[in-house]
Design a protein around this ligand. Structure first.
Ligand code: AMP
Ligand code: TRP
Length: 334
């Protein structure tokens, strides 16, 4: 059986860019990989490698889990859980720290970048983060790990650590393969369509759409998106980045191809009709997600899903951990 592991950091609010570029791709994997068991967790231990507000972190953990389910992640198909509730992650993380060399950690590009951005003291866990990530993966004998380009170096280190451990103590870990997710469309800033849509980089709230925005706000943001002074609707990222971005969003949410959309609006003499239609499409799409999200957050269902996910993950993880401890001579009883 194939096993897939992935972690989602509970930092930041989800944007339309996150949804189209990442969450949607992820949800599709459920259907594309029917013979695969999924372990997806909210990587809360990874979040605290940098300072976090306690109350915000607490609510983000549940919000992110609820949004992923509302966006289509199927809890019957996926073991969805919170990382810190399966303590074996931290224990195997320590064993991985005792397998990795400092030099290997210091070479990680993400560490070098994040260290530079950190104004206060750099936490030790920011350096050792890849050991915990290796543990997250190796704990479940995962052979498939969907990651974006920025995580490939961490995954290569995971492979190195699995092989090193296996050669020191005998065959224990499955060496995982990266599964580079199909690059989802990159969604651009609505006010400056040459930049990526991102809450953290943008000062103006009109630049990005959050999955939690109210529907009128969403419609207004689409209608006031910056476009060029031409009136014809076609895809040209260089000369018409604004319209091209709106076409990308339209296509992602309707499954119509860009060509089909261009054909549909070919007789328009202004952008207004196109923008009004897209505003309705985005608002209705996010509206559906919010309806499911609100149901989940207001009921016990979310907690039940996360409890169940943690229980299943724990069953797997504790058995694996016993084997690992035994291999290195740390288990007192057989
Ligand atoms: P971040 O929110 O930057 O940590 O990214 C989380 C995931 O969402 C990553 O897989 C990103 O590639 C994806 N993502 C973030 N912003 C966008 C965007 N504007 N367009 C497409 N994908 C995005
Ligand atoms: N490091 C990943 C990120 O920043 C999140 C993550 C943590 C992860 N553990 C993982 C991803 C294990 C895949 C597998 O996005």
């Amino acid at each position: 059986m194939n096993r897939l592991v992935s972690g989602i950091k509970p930092t930041g609010e989800l944007t339309l860019g996150n949804y189209i570029g990442a969450i949607k791709q992820f949800v599709q994997l459920q259907n594309e990989l029917p013979d695969t068991e999924f372990f997806i967790f909210i990587a809360d231990l990874h979040a605290i490698t940098t300072p976090q507000d306690k109350q915000l972190l607490k609510s983000r953990i549940k919000e992110i889990a609820a949004f992923y389910i509302a966006c289509g992640l199927d809890p019957n198909r996926v073991n969805l859980f919170v990382q810190s509730e399966v303590m074996e992650h931290a224990l195997l993380g320590y064993i991985m720290e005792s397998t990795a060399y400092i030099g290997e950690m210091e070479r990680m590009i993400q560490f070098k970048e994040k260290r530079r951005n950190q104004e206060q003291g750099v936490r030790t866990s920011l350096l050792t983060y890849p050991a915990l990530m290796a543990a997250d993966i190796l704990l479940y004998d995962a052979n498939i790990v969907p990651v974006g380009e920025d995580q490939v170096q961490h995954l290569e280190l995971t492979q190195t650590l699995a092989e090193r451990f296996n050669s020191q103590y005998g065959d224990t870990f499955v060496v995982p393969k990266p599964y580079i997710t199909k690059v989802g469309a990159k969604i651009k800033d609505l006010q400056d369509p040459t930049k990526k849509m991102s809450k953290s980089n943008d000062l103006s709230v009109k630049s990005y759409i959050l999955l939690s925005d109210n529907l009128n706000q969403i419609k207004n943001k689409i209608k006031s998106a910056v476009t060029d002074s031409d009136t014809s609707i076609y895809f040209d990222e260089v000369n018409k980045p604004g319209i091209s971005n709106l076409l990308t969003i339209y296509s992602a949410l309707t499954n119509l191809s860009i060509e089909e959309i261009v054909e549909k609006y070919k007789n328009e003499t202004s952008y207004a009709g196109f923008k009004i239609d897209l505003a309705e499409i985005v608002a209705s799409h996010i509206g559906n997600i919010q309806t499911k999200y609100n149901e989940l957050i207001a009921s016990n269902t979310l907690d039940e899903i996360l409890d169940q996910g943690a229980m299943k993950a724990k069953m797997f993880a504790s058995r694996k951990m016993a084997k690992v401890l035994n291999k290195i001579g740390l288990k007192r009883k057989k």
